[in-house]
Design a protein around this ligand. Structure first.
Ligand code: SAM
Length: 162
């Protein structure tokens, strides 16, 4: 499998899982959190497909396409090691949907990062809320759920608080 194949699988899976999570959480009123803005593609997709949701984006340095740059009030700037605990004070356990795409090319580093971030993300999710991640997460109380049929196993992971 080429790097192009892997990239395409990742993009297709991100879109399918975000859309599935949006459908599963459509009756929830809490905010959507986008962890890692990057170029802003997934933020743009979330904004296009969930226009009535409150969306907040966690990023340490904004470098997105101008069409995909959040409004100032949507941005939570800083390192997620600090901004996620602060978000629990601000929002409480009310996030309806959390999408995380914070990793880079080093899979071992991504895995270590996911282990550290899991306990910071877990308390933010509302009952019935869904978390979508490009990396396997390590939650105590969130249940891993089935991917939608269009997603490729291993390229995306989904979790839900029952
Ligand atoms: N999903 C995005 C898109 O569709 O364009 C791509 C996200 S990119 C792979 C990962 C982003 O996470 C980068 O912009 C990086 O700056 C951010 N990031 C990584 N580690 C972070 C940290 N500790 N705190 C805040 N942002 C971080």
């Amino acid at each position: 499998m080429s790097r192009l194949d892997i990239f395409i699988d990742r993009m297709v899976s991100q879109r399918a899982c975000i859309d599935h999570a949006a459908a599963l959480t459509q009756t929830l009123t809490g905010p959507v959190f986008e962890l890692g803005l990057g170029n802003g593609r997934t933020f743009h997709h979330i904004r296009e497909t969930m226009p009535n949701r409150d969306i907040f984006v966690f990023e340490r340095a904004v470098a997105s396409n101008p069409d995909s740059t959040p409004e100032d009030h949507q941005l939570i700037l800083g390192d997620v090691h600090e901004t996620l605990p602060a978000a629990l004070n601000r929002f409480g356990p009310n996030a309806a949907l959390i999408h995380a795409d914070l990793g880079g090319h080093n899979l071992a580093k991504n895995d270590a990062f996911a282990r550290v971030l899991s306990p910071l993300i877990e308390p933010l999710l509302a009952v019935g809320g869904v978390m979508v991640s490009s990396d396997r997460m390590y939650f105590d109380n969130l249940i891993e759920i089935a991917l939608p049929p269009e997603a490729v196993a291993g390229r995306c992971f989904m979790y839900r608080r029952e």
